[in-house]
Design a protein around this ligand. Sequence first.
Ligand SMILES: NC(=O)c1ccc[n+]([C@@H]2O[C@H](COP(=O)([O-])OP(=O)(O)OC[C@H]3O[C@@H](n4cnc5c(N)ncnc54)[C@H](OP(=O)(O)O)[C@@H]3O)[C@@H](O)[C@H]2O)c1
Length: 436
Amino acid sequence: MGSNDNTKIEPNGNATTGSNSSETTPNLAFIPPPFQHAIVAEAGDRIIIRDDVPLPVLDIHEFLVRTDAWAINPSDTKMRGDFVTPGAMLGCDYAGTVVARGPGVTDSVIKIGDRVCGAQYEMNAKRPYRAAFGEFNIPTGPFWLKLPDEVSTEGGATLSAGLGTAGLALRLLGFELPFDFELDLDSDLGLGQDQSQGQGPDGQTLDTDRDGHGHTPTSVQKKQIQKQKPAYVLVYGGGTATATIAIQLLKLIDMIPITACSPVHAERLKSYGAETTFDYHEPDCANQIKTYTKNNLRYALDCITTIESTTFCFKALGRAGGKYVSLDPFTASAATRATVKTDWVLGPSLFGEGCVWPDPYARPPSPELLVYGTRLWAWAQRLLDGGRLAHHPVRVLEAEAEAGGGGGLDKVLVGMEMVAKRELRGEKCVVKLKRT
Ligand SMILES: NC(=O)c1ccc[n+]([C@@H]2O[C@H](COP(=O)([O-])OP(=O)(O)OC[C@H]3O[C@@H](n4cnc5c(N)ncnc54)[C@H](OP(=O)(O)O)[C@@H]3O)[C@@H](O)[C@H]2O)c1
């Protein structure tokens, strides 16, 4: 949709060329300011709040979210040194309220006043002003979810980084997600040519009408998905926010998640679908898992990625070997068995535009990953709407919204300290704005 239409919404709210909006709801209830308060990194790893960070101009198919909550991820505390593009914003996870739309955004996509959450690619030298830790967010591509009434804004804020990470991890493990519908992938993703009907790179139907995530009722078709044989999957580090989502997704695709975590998380993780849990503090824990899985464990997802956790997973994997996937680059010397294939997740790769972080994180663009991410988010929207995706427990830091803007970002800095010091266990720190 709309790639040939270069209409832009200027900060004054005017479109500079014609609009193709077909619906009557006013698209701009709010005039986006040219600048915003945001958290950026500067030279020397100075992490500061600035009040003059440019707010990108809305494209016709984009909408603007007033941020009501920010969730803090470990990655926000790791974007230092070589990762820093001076002046670029931090933050992956946000939730908030839609306050303005480009004229190409119809009510079937999103309405003013709707609540959404989304994922941003932080510290991105190519698009430095589109990360989460700002007064406003412009959702990136398909990587946002409309929050149903049942999901709180602070809970919603925790979802996106976990969803992207867990979704990528399952792909690397070799699982197919049940994308039993066709998507209409459009030119917003940089995939299509003609916006009314066309083909994406892997032959998917393209269309203009969206129900929020790129598929129309008329063109949704059932896709045949090969049923995968249930198998045990060890999720090491069950207490992490990523494990919360990964365990649920594994259960939803009929795998059998088991997890190593502190006992305090056991009942919660079983409620998400873990068949059983093991206390990783016990010295023979890996052997317990080996016995439980009758020396047949073939899949391990390591949410911790230390020498110890890699060693643990390799010990627990069964005699025939299998697949080990970690959330960070792992130490090769701990990956001791040739029969175990290995890989690691790079969250921002899901955006499909490649990764500009330093090696070993740098990656070329991948349209296939963008297609996968689009489908993952469409599936997640269905899960969320159906009450089938729970968010990680939250530790809320409340903050006052300030009249001049910028309220709460100081609390985000506090939250980042807490996360860097690993003060939270089984909770995600979320800063929530109180608006009066
Ligand atoms: N490469 C990527 O794109 C990417 C994406 C997402 C995350 N990550 C990385 O993945 C890691 C997890 O992130 P997250 O946000 O999911 O985690 P998180 O929610 O911050 O994890 C906190 C939990 O980690 C558990 N933990 C700490 N040390 C452990 C150990 N030695 N063994 C088992 N569990 C342990 C604790 O569980 P207990 O309470 O049970 O001790 C704690 O509750 C971080 O290092 C993050 O930077 C990377």
